[in-house]
Design a protein around this ligand. Sequence first.
Ligand code: ADP
Length: 274
Amino acid sequence: PSPLDSQVWLEIRLVPYGTDRYLLLARDVTHLHRLETMRRDFVGNVSHELRTPLTVIYGVAETLNEEMADDPEVGDMLRLLQEQSERMRRLVDDLLLLSRLETGATPSHPEWVDMPRLLEELVEDGKALSGSRHHRFELTCEPGLLLEGCESELRSAFSNLIFNAVKYTPGDGYIGVRWYADKAGAHLSVTDNGIGIPAAHIPRLTERFYRVDSARSKASGGTGLGLAIVKHVLNRHRAQLTVRSQPGQGSTFICTFPTALLRRAGTRTARPPA
Ligand code: ADP
């Protein structure tokens, strides 16, 4: 038997029984675990296989588009082909990332991440996405507060939060990004004064492909996987996600990291927060 076959997965629960006793319940979930592994591997493999042909289709559409720009009818069709293959490429990239994030419980390449520098870069990317919609960005960072984690994973998670703020906030709106520490840990918050989210949707936001408004999400180029990626990256960093939102007023997404993952530049460990 393969090593996988020899593993047994048990779900253990302790249930109160009477006033001073407990029952220990054990359920064999090996079968469910195997199915989940198969699902994850399947999605990972399919995404990987789709990536190359999609890149070729996108490249060909781009070249043809440049060469046939004079013919408006053909030009329109080629632009559509380019847009849709780009959308599929984003989807496949997000699926691949998600299946990679699901395979391990800890960050893949932990290092000390200079959060103020990373966030400055991501805010610049956010401004580029905003373009002529001229959102007003504000970045506030506690200087020299470093986070132990995988930079590329954290980059994906935070860029999803910042890009969502841009996507779901009308032009000229406000987008605030803060990185600070207190007794509860270190917090990365992204606030916007955009369309907001009705309370009933908030518990399901991090499910794959869950969208409050599907048409709006697709129109803004969303894959529906952004917050699922955020959730997995945060789990791997032992961090929590808190969402506060009011429809029509805006939203705040807060990622809270444990103090054990923090360091102040120039010191070996985190100084207790003031
Ligand atoms: P998508 O690619 O659709 O944006 P996400 O997983 O990133 O997928 O987000 C899930 C849904 O949560 C979005 O479709 C949108 O309805 C809602 N959402 C996420 N961020 C915001 C935000 N800042 N303001 C309003 N709605 C948001």
